[in-house]
Design a protein around this ligand. Structure first.
Ligand code: C2E
Length: 717
C-alpha cells in the first residue's frame, strides 16, 4: 500500500527520478524519465546508466555518481553552468522526432538503506524556462554554500587533527615524494617539518622501498605493497645522523575523482615498546642472578641443536651439574653468600666452555651444559674433568674460603635420547649416580640407570596406590632397660604389604618416597599410627611406653611437621616426653637452620629427640652440646665387633661415657648376642634394642611377646 503510494507520488513529480543500487544498476526509473528519455522503465531497470546514455561516460555526471556511491558525497550539476546533462528532451520522444534538448539541474545524492547498503538518488529538473532556472539556481546555490561550509568545517577538523596527533603522518604522491608532514612526524624523524617535504619516503622509512614506485606501478600496486590499516607493521625510521628509530607503520591512500591518488603513512615511535619487549625477552630467557640462559631458553637451544645435529649426523653432550654442599653454605653463611657462590660457579663453568657451548642455570644449585658437535666421548670427559677441578678450587665468600664440589651426569645425543627432555632426564639420572657413587664425580648415562629409573618410577606409582589402599603396616621393635631388662619402649618401623612382592622392607622404598615427595604423607601416616598405638597401650597397660619414630630429612623441610606432631599430642592424650623422634646423625650434621629450628620447636612441644646411627657421621660429641638432643643411639656396626674387638668396645665405652657427661641417654642398637648385652651392662649403657631382645613385630605379635616375657614377670634379665 505504502509502496504503491510512493510509486504514484514518484510518477507524479515533475522531475526525473532515477535510483541506482550499490553496484550502479538502475532500480527506479519514474514516468518523467520514460517520457523525456524515450526509454521505458522495463528497459531501463537493472541497466548501468552509462549503457543507457553512452554520452555521460567520463562526464561530471558519472563522476558524481561514483562520488555518491563510493564516497558518500553529494553533487549538484547544471547543464548551463557545468555543461553536464543527460540526453533528455522537453516533449515526449516519439520515433525519430526529438524535441528541443532540456536544460537541466541535476542533484546526485547518496542514500543509505536500513541495512547500510548505499544507493544513489538522481533528481533531474527541467530548468529550460527562466523562472524554473532561477528556482533551480537558488536551490543549487544554497546547497553549494552548505557544502562549502561543511567542507570548511571538515577541513578545519582535519588540519587540527593533523597538527596535534601524536602519530606522525607523511603524505606522499605516487612517485614517493613527501608532500606533507605533520609536527609529530618531524619529532619522530628529528627534523623540522618542512625539511621532510620533497624527500622520497624510502629515505625516511627503510622498508618502504624505492621499487614500490615508478611508472610501471599502478596506484593499486603501490597501495598493495604498503601496510594496510589492519596490518600494522614494524619498520625502521632513518634519521639524518645515520641512527634509526623503530616505527610502527600503517598506510592508506586518498583517492580523488579527478586527480592521481595520494598515499599517507601513520608512523608511531615504538622505542619504549621495543625496550620493554627487550627487557621482557631478557627476563624470560636469562637467569636473573647469574645472567646465564635459563632452563626455558636452554631447552629451546637444545631442541634447535638436536635438529641440526640429526640432519648432520653429529653427536652432542648434555651435562647436568649439581653442586654438593651448596645448601650448607647457604644455611651457614646466609643467602647473600649463596648467591655469590652461584655467580662464581657460573663464571667458572663459562670459563670451562667454548663460545659455541651453552651453559644455563637449571634451578637452585643445578646447572646444565650443552656441548655441540662431540664426536668423541673423550672431549666430554675433558670438559667434565675441567669442571670438577675448577669447582673444587676454593671460593672466596664474604672474606672466607669455602670449598665445595659438584656431581656431573652426562647424556649424549643420539645414543641416550632424541629429544631435549629425554637428554636432560638421562643426564639428571647420571648425575644422581655420580652423587651416589661418592660426589665430586662425573658419570655417563647407561642403560642400567635407565632400568633402575624405570623401576623407581614403578615403585613411585605403586607407593601412591599403597597409600590409597592402606598397604602399609607398622612393626614395633622392643627397647629394654639394660639394668632391669624391662621393656621401656618400642621403635616403630614401617613395612609395606605389597600385593605381589609380599612384605617389603623400608630400605627398598623410603629413599624413593623421599625423592618423589611421598615421604610427607607416608611420614604423617606413620606418626598417626604410632601415636595411636602408644595411646592405646597407655590406656590398656596404665604405664606409658616410649614410642620412637623415624623422621626422614625431607620431613624436616616440610613446615607442617611441628604442627602435625603438636596436633597428635593434643588429640591422643599421651605424655609428649614418651615420644622420641629419631633423626640420623648424617642428616643432623649436614642440616641447616631449618632443621635446627624444627628440632627446637619440637622440643618445646615436650617430645624427645634421638640421634640415630650414631658413630657413622663423624660428629664430635662436643658439637652435640649445642644441639637439642636427648638420646644417642649407638650404631649397630660398633656393637657387632664390640664383644671381640677391643677398639670397637672402647668406642662404645667412650660414646656411653661422653653421652652421660653431656646428660644424654644412650641406647645401643643391633644387639644379637648375650656377650654384647653383657658389655653394655658393664659399660653402663641405658637401653638396648636388637634381635636378641626381639625382632620388629606386628602389633598382635608384640602384645604376645610382651605377655610372655613381662606379664609373667620373666623379663629380659
Ligand atoms: N641386623 C640387625 N638388624 C637389626 C637388629 N635390630 C634392629 N635391626 C634393624 O635395624 C633397623 C633399625 O632402624 P633404623 O636404624 O632406624 O633404620 C631404619 C630407618 O632408617 C628406616 N625406616 C624404618 N621405618 C621408617 C619410617 O617409618 N620412616 C622413616 N623415615 N624411615 C624408616 O629404614 C631403616 C631400616 O629399617 P628396618 O629394615 O626395619 O631395620 C631396622 C631393624 O629391623 C639387629 O639386632 N640386627
Amino acid at each position: 500500500m505504502v509502496n504503491s503510494l510512493y510509486c504514484q507520488i514518484i510518477n507524479l513529480i515533475d522531475a526525473g527520478i532515477v535510483v541506482l543500487a550499490p553496484g550502479g544498476r538502475v532500480v527506479l526509473w519514474n514516468q518523467w524519465m520514460e517520457r523525456c528519455s524515450g526509454i521505458a522503465e522495463a528497459s531501463a531497470m537493472d541497466q548501468v546508466l552509462e549503457d543507457l546514455f553512452p554520452e555521460i561516460r567520463n562526464s561530471r555526471i558519472s563522476r558524481g555518481i561514483h562520488k555518491a556511491l563510493q564516497m558518500n558525497s553529494p553533487s549538484v550539476l547544471s547543464s548551463r553552468l557545468l555543461d553536464a546533462s543527460f540526453p533528455l528532451h522537453r516533449r515526449l520522444i516519439t520515433g525519430l522526432r526529438k524535441s528541443e534538448r532540456m536544460v537541466q539541474s541535476i542533484l546526485i545524492k547518496p542514500f543509505e538503506s536500513d541495512d547500510d547498503a548505499r544507493f544513489c538518488v538522481i533528481s533531474i529538473f527541467d530548468i529550460s524556462s527562466s523562472d524554473m532556472r532561477e528556482r533551480a539556481l537558488r536551490t543549487q546555490s544554497n546547497m553549494l554554500s552548505q557544502l562549502v561550509q561543511d567542507l570548511q568545517q571538515k577541513d578545519h577538523e582535519l588540519v587540527s587533527l593533523f597538527a596535534n596527533t601524536q602519530n606522525g603522518i607523511l603524505i606522499f604522491d605516487r612517485s614517493g615524494l613527501v608532500l606533507k608532514a605533520n609536527p609529530a612526524a618531524a619529532r619522530i624523524f628529528r627534523q623540522l617539518p618542512h625539511k621532510l617535504l620533497q624527500r622520497p619516503i624510502w629515505s625516511l622509512v627503510r622498508e618502504i622501498g624505492r621499487d614500490y614506485f615508478g611508472a610501471e606501478h599502478s596506484d593499486d600496486d603501490i597501495e598493495r605493497l604498503l601496510p594496510t590499516t589492519d596490518d600494522e607493521r614494524e619498520m625502521t625510521g632513518l634519521l639524518e645522523d645515520d641512527n634509526t628509530v623503530p616505527l610502527s607503520v600503517t598506510a592508506n591512500s586518498i583517492p580523488f575523482a579527478d586527480r592521481p591518488r595520494r598515499f599517507f603513512v601513520f608512523v608511531r615511535d615504538i622505542t619504549e615498546k621495543k625496550r620493554a619487549e627487550a627487557q621482557l625477552y631478557h627476563i624470560a630467557r636469562f637467569d636473573g642472578l647469574t645472567g646465564l640462559c635459563n632452563r626455558y631458553s636452554f631447552l629451546e637451544i637444545l631442541g634447535r641443536e638436536i635438529r641440526t645435529h640429526s640432519r648432520q649426523h653429529w653427536n652432542l653432550s648434555v651435562f647436568f651439574i649439581d653442586l654438593d654442599r651448596f645448601k650448607s653454605v647457604n644455611d651457614k653463611l646466609g643467602h647473600e653468600a649463596g648467591d655469590q657462590l652461584l655467580n662464581q660457579v657460573a663464571q667458572r663453568l663459562t670459563a670451562c666452555c667454548r663460545d659455541s657451548d651453552t651453559v644455563a642455570r637449571w634451578s637452585g644449585d643445578e646447572f646444565v651444559l650443552l656441548l655441540p658437535q662431540q664426536n668423541h666421548q673423550r672431549s666430554a670427559i675433558t670438559v667434565a674433568e675441567k669442571i670438577l677441578a675448577t669447582i673444587s678450587r676454593p671460593f672466596m665468600l664474604m672474606g672466607q674460603e669455602v670449598y665445595i664440589n659438584c656431581s656431573i651426569g652426562i647424556a649424549q645425543f643420539p645414543d641416550d635420547g632424541g629429544d631435549a627432555e629425554r637428554l636432560i632426564f638421562c643426564a639428571d639420572q647420571a648425575m644422581y649416580q655420580a652423587k651416589e657413587d661418592g660426589k665430586g664425580l662425573f658419570r655417563f648415562f647407561t642403560a642400567e640407570m635407565n632400568e633402575r629409573t624405570l623401576q623407581r618410577l614403578k615403585i613411585e606409582s605403586e607407593l601412591r596406590t599403597a597409600l590409597r589402599e592402606n598397604q602399609f603396616e607398622l612393626f614395633y621393635q622392643p627397647q629394654v632397660d639394660v639394668t632391669t631388662g624391662h621393656m621401656v619402649g618400642v621403635e616403630a618401623l614401617i613395612r609395606w604389604n605389597h600385593p605381589e612382592r609380599g612384605l617389603v622392607f623400608p630400605d627398598a622404598f623410603i629413599s624413593i618416597a623421599e625423592e618423589c615427595g611421598l615421604i610427607a604423607p607416608i611420614g604423617a601416616w606413620v606418626m598417626t599410627q604410632a601415636f595411636e598405638t602408644a595411646s592405646r597401650w597407655y590406656k590398656r597397660e596404665g604405664n606409658p611406653l616410649t614410642m620412637s619414630i623415624n623422621i626422614s630429612p625431607r620431613q624436616f623441610i616440610d613446615e607442617s611437621l611441628v604442627f602435625t606432631v603438636s596436633k597428635l599430642i593434643n588429640s591422643v592424650g599421651f605424655p609428649a616426653d614418651r615420644i622420641v623422634l629419631e633423626i640420623t646423625e648424617g642428616h643432623l650434621m649436614g642440616s641447616g637452620h631449618d632443621t635446627l629450628a624444627a628440632l627446637r620447636s619440637l622440643k618445646l612441644l615436650g617430645v624427645r629427640i634421638a640421634i640415630d646411627d650414631f658413630g657413622t657421621g663423624y660428629s664430635s660429641l662436643a658439637y652435640l652440646r649445642h644441639l637439642p638432643v636427648d638420646i644417642i643411639k649407638i650404631d649397630r656396626q660398633f656393637l657387632n665387633g664390640a664383644a671381640t674387638n677391643p677398639i670397637d668396645a672402647n668406642i662404645v665405652s667412650a660414646i656411653i661415657d661422653l653421652s652421660h657427661a653431656l646428660n644424654l641417654e644412650v641406647l645401643a642398637e643391633g644387639i644379637e648376642h648375650l656377650s654384647q648385652m653383657e658389655l653394655l651392662r658393664l659399660k653402663g649403657c641405658d637401653q638396648a634394642q636388637g634381635y636378641l631382645i626381639g625382632k620388629p613385630m606386628a602389633l598382635p605379635d608384640l602384645l604376645c611377646w610382651y605377655q610372655t616375657f613381662f606379664k609373667n614377670d620373666i623379663g629380659m634379665k
